[in-house]
Design a protein around this ligand. Sequence first.
Ligand SMILES: NC(=O)c1ccc[n+]([C@@H]2O[C@H](COP(=O)([O-])OP(=O)(O)OC[C@H]3O[C@@H](n4cnc5c(N)ncnc54)[C@H](OP(=O)(O)O)[C@@H]3O)[C@@H](O)[C@H]2O)c1
Length: 174
Amino acid sequence: MAITKMITSLIVAVAENNVIGKDNDLIWRLPNDMKFFRTTTLNHHIITGRKNYISIPEKYRPLANRTNIVLTRQSDFTEEGCIVSHSLEDAITYARENNETELFIIGGGQIYKEALEKDLIDRMYVTHVHQAFDGDTFFPEIDTNKWKNISETNNPADEKHQYPYSFTVYEKLK
Ligand SMILES: NC(=O)c1ccc[n+]([C@@H]2O[C@H](COP(=O)([O-])OP(=O)(O)OC[C@H]3O[C@@H](n4cnc5c(N)ncnc54)[C@H](OP(=O)(O)O)[C@@H]3O)[C@@H](O)[C@H]2O)c1
């Protein structure tokens, strides 16, 4: 079987103090970031931790027009319209074997941490939210010796976006 070359990316929105969530929910509302998430991940495989998946409002899950892979250690977990996987490596292999070109890890905190610690990520799409928040879930500190910022678009706060934010892409330094 011919297997396509695939890169593994993650996509996240991070506060100034590295907070990404609280009480199994997102904290801020930034419609342009939601749009960016949707257009970036559309038609790709996505990998999500079970907690992040459950936090998505029911009417929006599985995320449409994407192959949703849910990671859980529960052997009896099933979810209609999703692939269920019991290891991050198996989930990545599943996407590769299905001819994915860019796989997206979409969180939450446990899954980002494991993927970065195991050095499984090639590219990171990070929306930096320029505000600190109280939260209980964090993104690891980005090591600038390991990651090169290859693009950045800064956006001011406006009537629909309470905080300024930047769309940033990092690639792993070879
Ligand atoms: N700001 C952002 O961009 C962003 C993005 C995504 C999520 N979030 C936030 O992050 C929070 C959720 O993150 P979280 O860290 O609590 O949970 P999570 O990473 O979404 O999910 C954790 C769950 O995934 C499963 N899991 C973890 N590692 C696994 C492994 N190696 N193999 C198999 N299954 C594994 C386990 O499920 P079982 O318990 O079922 O075994 C575990 O309880 C929420 O607040 C959410 O809003 C923020």
